[in-house]
Design a protein around this ligand. Structure first.
Ligand code: ADP
Length: 166
């Protein structure tokens, strides 16, 4: 059985992430999306919210599971029984860090390979950070996210605005 772990912050999940999940689900028996809990100190969404959003958008993909993790990615991957870690590559700027991460993980766990999927050209510019930046200025984000996720992002920023205004 081929099991892939797709780790990330997913703060929030974008159409670019979804494209990678969908393509991985087609080539692997099972995909476990690993939501990293401790990486960003101040994420917009809590780990549980990010897990829930991923569950919502992947509900129709039967071989996809969503879990939360902290600590070493390799420990999580072993715990899931994964043979592969999947990462998405958007541009050369992703490459150096991703290669270093993959090489290091290979030294720690030679039985687990890293598989890079190139981004869908449509989403090659897209990241969660850019979406948050646009949403923070009240810009339109519907072309970057599933509709229900876009609504949640807008609600978060509206909530934050209301807090600032008191
Ligand atoms: P991280 O902070 O670990 O990079 P992200 O949630 O930003 O977490 O991304 C998770 C994975 O998804 C990474 O491998 C990243 O390169 C990939 N990814 C993010 N956005 C896209 C996109 N638009 N197209 C393809 N891959 C993407």
């Amino acid at each position: 059985m081929t099991i892939a772990v797709y780790p990330g912050s997913f703060d929030p999940v974008t159409l670019g992430h979804y494209d990678i999940i969908n393509r991985t689900a087609r080539i692997m028996d099972k995909v476990v999306i690993g939501v990293l809990q401790n990486k960003s100190k101040t994420p917009l969404f809590s780990a549980q919210e990010r897990v829930n959003m991923l569950k919502e958008v992947t509900a129709e993909l039967e071989n996809v599971e969503v879990r939360c993790f902290d600590g070493l990615l390799i420990d999580f991957a072993r715990n899931c029984g994964a043979n592969v870690i999947v990462r998405g590559l958007r541009a050369v700027t992703d490459f150096e860090y991703e290669l270093q991460l993959a090489q290091t993980n290979r030294v720690i766990a030679p039985e687990i390979d890293t598989l890079f999927l190139n981004t869908n050209l449509k989403y090659s510019y897209l990241s969660s950070s850019i979406v948050k930046e646009i949403a923070g200025f009240g810009g339109d984000i519907h072309m970057f996210l599933h509709p229900q996720i876009a609504d949640k992002v807008k609600a978060k920023f509206a909530q934050a605005d209301a807090c600032i205004k008191g």
